[in-house]
Structure formats: C-alpha cells, structure tokens
Design a binder for this molecule. Structure first.
Ligand SMILES: Nc1nc2c(ncn2[C@@H]2O[C@H](COP(=O)(O)OP(=O)(O)OP(=O)(O)O)[C@@H](O)[C@H]2O)c(=O)[nH]1
Length: 432
C-alpha cells in the first residue's frame, strides 16, 4: 500500500499523509486484503508516466518481491496509462483508490439500486481503463486471483459488450429509481418523521443504529459497513414513533465516478426531518472529518443557510475511549448546547440525551393546538394520540380538553380530517 503525498493545491485539504495512509489501509482491510507493506512517497507533482518517481518505483518493486505481494495499491487516482506502466514496472497487479472504493461499494451494496449504481460505476471505470483491470465484476464477487484477468484481445472484444451492458444498466437503474420513487411516496404517507444518521466512515453510525433499534445491522471494524440506507422504527420515551435511517460513511476525495453511487445512498438524508451527525471524537482527525461531512451536506443543499437546512444534532461518539478530562470537557460543552450530545454507542451511554435532542429537533416547527373534542369522538382522540404528542388532557362535561403538539405535516392532515366537519367536531385554538 503506497500513499503518494502530493503537496496539496489551493483549496485542497491538508490531512496528514499518515492519516490518509491509515484510512487507505482500513479501506483495503475492509475487503479482506492482507497488508504486507506500507510506504509514503512525498512528491511535488505527479510523474506523468508512473505517478511516483523512478526511485520510488524501484523501492516498491524490491519491497513487493520481498513480501511476495500479489497486488500494489496506490492511494491516489492513476490514469489508465500510469496504471499500465506501473503494472509493467512492478510486474504485478496495480489498483488505485477508485478501484479500491469500487471494491468496497461492490461488496457492501445491498439494495438493487445500490448494486446497479456500483456496477455502472465499475463498468464505466473499466471501460475507460486498461485492459486487464481488476474489478469486482471480473472477480465475480467471490474473491480470487489478482493476476491473470482476461487478456488484451478479450477486453478489446468485450469493449462493445461493456457499452451494451452500460446501456442496459442505465435502463434498469431508471426503472429501479421509478419504483423507489413510488416506495418513497408510499412512505411519505406513513406519518412518522425520519431521522437520518450521517457521519464519516467508521464514526460508529451502524453501532449507534443497532444500539438504538437493537436491529441486526452489520457493525464491524470495517469501513463502509453500510452502503444503502437501512431504516428502522424507533419509539421515543415520549411515545412518538420515528424512523431511523442509517447511511453510508462519508469519505474525503470520493472518486468522481462514484459520486452518483454515493449520492444514491443519500436520498433518505435529503428527505429526513432531523439529521444526526455522528462523530468519532477518539479519532485525532475528527475535526477534518467533520469538515468533510459538512462540505458534503452543503453540497446536498442541507447545510446552514441552504434551502434544505434542517435541525442537525451533533453526536460526540466513542467517549469511552477518551481520557477522563477530555471526556468531562466534551460533556460540559454538550450541557451548554442542546444540539450537542456525548455518547458511547458501544456501551450505550448518553442515549437518552440523544433521543431527547432528537425529540426537540423534531419539535422545531411544531404547533401546539388546544382542542375540545366530543368525549364520544374516540376516532379523533385516537388519531391525535397516534399522530401527535398529547401534552395535557382534562375531562370536562361531555368533552375532552387536550393540548397537542403536531408537526406541520400532521397539522395539515388534521385540518383535512373528515371528522372535523361534523357539527360536534373539535374546536381548535393555536399556540405556537
Ligand atoms: N470504543 C468504542 N467503539 C465504537 C463505538 N461506536 C462504534 N465503535 C466501533 O467503531 C467501529 C466502526 O463502527 P461502525 O458502527 O461500523 O461505523 P460506521 O460509522 O457505521 O462505519 P461506516 O459504515 O464505515 O460508515 C466498530 O469497530 C465499532 O465497534 C463507541 O462508542 N466506542
């Protein structure tokens, strides 16, 4: 595994080379690669032929021979020519960061759309690339030899087939998207607010999701344990039901081929009512990771000041790994700000505070209605308990008096309920 540390250009992030190398190692291990050697090669600008300089290629070649490596991973984006030249010089398979992330997406995609997006990204990448590319499509997801992929002639023959496959995939994808649109609008009829977990890869989203919902979602010490959003029902202490949605981990410098596949997984975030941003505060790079996540949220139009701005709760996760002083400092910070919560998803600490913050986030645009309902009107009462939060209730003479908090959507629905039109319907006064 080689990380070429190119000097960052203007506007590029300055994360340390070592942290980037560690992240790449994590990505490689996530698909079961055994790392036998690592190296960082500082360089001013990429070499057009081999990305790194001749001296580094020689050093790598010797190291690869010595460790009998099957594969050399370059944690950067290589042009097809560079990849080919490096394979020749090193006499073994070479993949770059895009190839690596494609592998992970391929291994992790769970929904049909996620898989199609990944296949499409892989094919497009392969189409632009060399001949014996190493992708999950060739390995047919079962693992296998890195060497000895199809020969040049075969790929030449396959090029047209690839184009046909790409066209077919795009059609399938359109179809799946249409169906998903239907699913989504069906879900919008379900009167539960959606809370989406977002965060940098390995922040602990799946663990938190699991602990909160006790669902059987993969949580492993791997990057990208999730590609497609997973949704589960969750009941808050106040009795309200919400839908919690887990999303794929964010990552810096996502290769451009993969943006669509990545975005496809974020649809649920775009339609969420509250966003929970999970952060691994035990990671020395957590500030940089937060900046990457914020930048992606901004891109999606969900950031502060954007049209899609919505309540964001920031979760400081993995506090169990902090020294007592650091932990106390974070907890003090959280005590001052309702949008910050310190938790340990693994140990289940701080979760009631988190759920309370979620509840408050959901209440942001709520209206409180005062109602007098005919005591015999069980239907209206049941509806209110199911869709709103009953804050107060008193029984009067043939009437039940209630104070109920409703979201704007539920408020609109309530106004359309047929029960309101009867003469005995509830009387409403609004309190914001
Ligand atoms: N010590 C500690 N470890 C945690 C905590 N939460 C998560 N982890 C560990 O962190 C690792 C990553 O957790 P995941 O839940 O898979 O992270 P994720 O954010 O879903 O990761 P991606 O799917 O890659 O985005 C796992 O090894 C978890 O056991 C925590 O509160 N404390």
């Amino acid at each position: 595994m080689l990380h070429p540390a190119v000097k960052p250009g203007p506007g590029q992030s300055e994360r340390s080379a070592d942290a980037r190398l560690q992240e790449a190692i994590g990505l490689a291990q996530a698909i079961g690669l055994e790392i036998v050697g690592t190296d960082i090669a500082p360089l001013d600008r990429p070499n057009p032929a081999t990305f790194v300089g001749g001296g580094v290629v020689e050093r790598l070649s010797a190291q690869a021979e010595e460790t009998e490596a099957d594969l050399v991973v370059f944690d950067c984006m290589l042009s097809p020519g560079q990849q080919r030249n490096l394979e020749r010089a090193l006499n073994r398979k070479v993949i770059d960061r895009t190839g690596l992330i494609l592998e992970i997406f391929g291994a992790r995609a769970r929904t049909k759309e996620g898989r199609l997006q990944v296949d499409l990204a892989a094919l497009t990448y392969q189409r632009s690339r060399l001949v014996r590319s190493w992708t999950h499509l060739e390995r047919q997801r079962s693992g296998g030899a890195f060497m000895g992929g199809p020969g040049e002639r075969q790929i030449e023959l396959d090029r047209r087939m690839l184009d046909e496959k790409i066209i077919r995939l795009k059609k399938d994808l359109e179809q799946v998207k249409r169906t998903r649109g239907l699913h989504r609008s069906a879900r919008q009829k379900v009167p539960y607010p959606v809370v989406a977990l977002v965060g940098y890869t390995n922040a602990g989203k799946s663990t938190l999701f699991n602990t909160l919902t006790r669902a059987d979602v993969m949580a492993e010490d791997m990057l990208f344990a999730t590609l497609d959003p997973t949704m589960r029902r969750l009941e808050l202490a106040s009795g309200e039901t919400i839908i919690l949605s887990d999303t794929v981990g964010f990552i810096t410098d996502l290769p451009v081929h993969l943006v669509a596949a990545f975005r496809a997984t974020l649809e649920e975030v775009i339609s969420a009512d509250v966003i929970v941003h999970v952060r691994d505060v035990s990671d020395p790079e957590h500030e940089e990771q937060k900046a990457s996540v914020d930048a992606i949220m901004q891109d999606l139009g969900l950031g502060p000041g954007e049209a899609g701005e919505r309540p964001v709760i920031e979760v400081f996760n993995k506090i169990d790994l902090l020294e007592p002083e650091a932990r106390a400092a974070l907890q003090a910070q959280c005590a001052r700000d309702d949008h910050l919560v310190a938790v340990s998803a693994l140990k289940g600490e701080g979760l009631p505070d988190l759920l309370e913050a979620v509840r408050q986030g959901l209440q942001r645009d709520h209206e409180v209605l005062e109602l007098e309902v005919d005591a015999a009107d069980g239907k209206t009462l049941a509806w209110l308990y199911q869709h709103g939060q009953v804050l107060d209730r008193e029984e009067g003479d043939g009437h039940t008096w209630l104070r109920v908090s409703l979201s704007p959507i539920e408020r609109a629905r309530f106004d359309r309920l047929p029960i309101q039109q009867g003469e005995m319907g509830p009387s409403v006064s609004v309190e914001h």
